[in-house]
Design a protein around this ligand. Structure first.
Ligand code: HMG
Ligand code: MG
Length: 299
């Protein structure tokens, strides 16, 4: 069966914008986050406290976070790769953080300048300290299905790294299809293997990029396997600067359209969300790639 309700983990302001070439003004980002919260999204990933040279678009995290941290009723997770990132996040009163590991060596190197083991060793004290501060901690795992340098990623390899990330003490683990190559059978196989390895679906989220148009089908497969937290990006913005051929995330509007059609609650007002993505597309100077945004805004 399907869950009665899905919590959408909105990643537009972070994953959606991190790859954007032109610098988006901090005030526009803040407005984007406010509008997303106003549309009923209860988790909005706000920014990253990473090295500003690695992701220049998010170099304004110190300016942005205080503009939105007072928003009521919305969780604002931020990415932190290391102790320095956690210090910055704690200094601004962040209540929720995410570390981001890789199932493959190639992407660990490209994204974190570390081996898989070195990256996990870097996260260990970060997760421990975050938990001590009472923060909620998410652990991302990238390249769970395919890797642009290594090709298909074996399920056992993903299970192994997921287990280690889980053992660090992350509350929630988000399985990333960074380059959008997964198909529903592969999703089902991975979730089954994870459940068998002692990682239950109620600890998991799914994070699909829509490169091959499979993100919704993959999401449905995950829901059928007990997952009820789904990552998505308003308007389908996004891509990872350190992964070749990564396009936008699953569009939040496409996800909401499917879920509401299935009778699954999200708490999201689709009209307000679509208006937000149309507004953001104007800021960025190009139309949203989301089919639902296009359908609902061309009437
Ligand atoms: P490094 O070059 O190995 O850094 O990068 P380092 O540890 O050697 O430190 C070098 C210098 O950077 C030091 O300064 C540090 O203080 C400074 P110095 O002493 O030389 O003056 N530094 C920092 N400054 C500010 N904030 C920090 C920070 N850390 C170090 N946090 C590092 C290692 C992890 C920092 C770098 O690789 C990095 O920032 N990577 C982030 C890449 C990134 O953000 N990628 C996108 C997010 S992941 C993603 O999109 C996938 C996801 O969506 C899921 C999916 O789709 O699969 C989550
Ligand atoms: Mg991503």
């Amino acid at each position: 069966g399907l869950p009665a309700r899905v919590r959408i983990h909105e990643v537009g302001p972070r994953d959606g914008l991190q790859n954007e070439k032109s610098t988006v003004p901090t005030e526009v980002k803040a407005d984007f986050i406010r509008r997303l919260a106003g549309a009923g999204l209860t988790t909005v990933e706000a920014t990253s406290f990473v090295h500003p040279k690695w992701v220049p678009q998010l170099a304004d995290a110190e300016k942005l976070f205080p503009l939105v941290s007072g928003l009521a009723g919305v969780r604002l997770p931020v990415l932190v790769p290391n102790d320095r990132g956690l210090d910055r996040a704690l200094g601004l009163g962040a209540r929720e953080v995410a570390v981001f590991a890789s199932a493959t060596e190639s992407f660990a190197r490209a994204n974190l300048n570390r081996t898989v083991d070195e990256a996990l060793a870097m996260f260990e004290p970060v997760v421990t300290r975050a938990v001590e501060h009472g923060l909620r901690v998410r652990g991302y795992l990238s390249m769970c299905f395919g890797d642009p340098w290594e090709g298909p990623v074996p399920v056992e390899q993903v299970v192994r790294v997921t287990r280690r990330l889980a053992d660090l003490g992350c509350d929630e683990l988000s399985l990333g299809d960074t380059i959008g190559v997964a198909t529903p059978g592969h999703v089902a196989a991975l979730l089954t293997a994870l459940n068998e390895a002692g990682v239950p679906s109620d600890r998991l989220a799914v994070h699909f990029h829509d490169t091959y148009g499979q993100a919704l089908a993959n999401t449905l497969a995950a829901l059928q396997h007990g997952v009820s937290v789904v990552d998505a990006s308003a308007g389908g913005l996004g891509g990872c600067p350190y992964a070749k051929s990564a396009t936008g995330n699953l569009a939040t509007e496409d996800l909401v359209w499917m879920l509401h059609g299935l009778g699954v609650e999200t708490g999201v007002d689709l009209g307000r969300l679509t208006a937000t993505s149309v507004w953001m597309a104007e800021q960025l100077g190009r139309p949203s790639p989301s089919r639902t945004v296009r359908a609902l805004s061309h009437k």
